[in-house]
Ligand binder design. Structure first.
Ligand code: FEO
Length: 389
């Protein structure tokens, strides 16, 4: 992809990774992704903001052909999908310096062995005049590593937000055009990457509120020429109350646990509670993560395998524990053959969640009268708890 002009003197550079299907060896990328870099020319200095992932560095070097000098490479975030080309750009432009936070500098030196004298660290709020254009560096830690920052380009009212507000979509829309598609991708991205840091993001949103921002340019996905579209979505995801929704990740080996899930689903729906179910035998964990952004309750449904939960149920629980959704309640249901310790093991795997555990429902074999009544009771309790939110 050739460089694309955003406005006079400001260009999108980077790569569209059409075929990538997994990030961090964990996160599904059903629509690929982009790595956005930006070239900003001032009257005196030229700045490159971020680069691309390591396998695609040759693309950004090609895009820089004809750019005679780069004075600074801003590295907002040390993760290699953005910093993968910093070293190569510094080598191409021997007078250039890498601008980043002190923490980012240490990480880049660890990962890429960039010499210390090639760095210029910046404080929070520090500005850089590049001739008719001013960059203000905003430390925004934990979006989503401890070293992260963003850059506000004052005269042009552009926020270069790096991962914050990003979305994993490989596409040619430089600016957001297909809003529903971007909304879903941005929510998936928020759920997987940003949700664990919701409290800090709330603070960052407050901090950014006074800035006059006409364009948000993230490091993944399309640019937001209507910033309120993504900022309002983030406010809802971060600050909004959990919804009247139960998410049920489940796995069933011989159908008994699935029967319990069916009964609980019916009982919840009868009481006006929405349900989203995820069969863990073939789940897209991104979809599960997205549902967890909104849910007030999580019910894990698992059979007992040699006294413990099914490993796929434990995987889903570990994921929920990592991404820290705002759910307030949780429970466990499932079938067992002769003995079980699933409740203790699942509850112990959720230390990060601030949830009230509602009485679990476990039964031998298929659900009988007693288990059916207990599932109805659990649904009743959930409905009442949701009303109290
Ligand atoms: Fe897109 Fe955290 O790197």
């Amino acid at each position: 992809m050739k460089p694309r002009q955003i406005k006079e003197g400001i260009f999108w550079l980077g790569s569209i990774d059409w075929d990538r299907r997994l990030f961090d060896a964990l996160i599904p990328l059903p629509d690929g992704t982009t790595y956005n870099a930006y070239l900003v020319h001032g009257k005196d200095k030229t700045v490159l903001l971020d680069t691309v992932d390591i396998p695609l560095v040759s693309e950004i070097l090609e895009q820089l052909q004809g750019v005679e000098k780069i004075d600074f490479v801003v590295s907002h975030h040390a993760e290699p999908d953005h910093s993968g080309g910093v070293f190569a750009v510094l080598e191409k432009y021997p007078a250039a310096k890498a601008i980043c936070t002190a923490k980012c500098k240490a990480m880049l030196m660890d990962r890429f062995e960039i010499p210390e004298d090639r760095f210029m660290t910046v404080d929070d709020g520090q500005t850089l005049d590049i001739g008719g254009r001013t960059l203000e560096f905003l430390h925004l830690p934990w979006v989503h590593w401890p070293e992260t920052m963003a850059t506000y380009l004052k005269e042009d009212k552009i926020l270069f937000s790096c991962d914050l507000f990003g979305s994993h979509i490989a596409g040619t829309d430089l600016f957001v055009r297909d809003k529903p598609r971007v909304f879903e991708a941005a929510k998936r991205y928020f759920a997987e990457i940003m949700m664990p840091f919701s409290k800090l993001i709330a603070k960052h949103l407050e901090r950014l509120a006074p800035y006059d921002i006409e364009l948000i340019a993230p490091s993944h996905g399309s640019l937001y020429d209507e910033p309120s579209f993504i900022v309002d979505a983030y406010k809802k995801w971060v600050l909004g109350k959990p919804e009247n929704l139960v998410v049920i990740p489940y796995v069933s080996m011989h159908g008994s646990t699935r029967m319990m899930v069916d009964i609980l689903t019916d009982e919840l729906v009868l009481r006006g509670v929405s349900v989203m179910r995820f069969d863990l035998s073939e789940v897209d964990i991104g979809k599960l993560a997205m549902a967890l952004v909104d849910a007030a309750t999580i019910v894990v449904a698992t059979p007992t395998v040699l006294t413990g939960p099914h490993p796929k149920a434990l995987y889903a629980v570990a994921l929920a524990n990592l991404i820290r959704p705002k759910a307030r309640f949780a429970s466990i249901i499932g079938s067992y053959g002769w003995g079980t310790k699933v409740v203790e093991q699942i509850a112990a795997a959720l230390p990060n969640l601030k949830v009230e555990i509602l009485p679990p429902v476990l039964g031998k074999g298929i659900p009988k009268k007693e288990e059916k009544a207990a599932l109805a009771g659990l649904a009743e309790q959930i409905a009442k708890k949701h009303e109290s939110l």
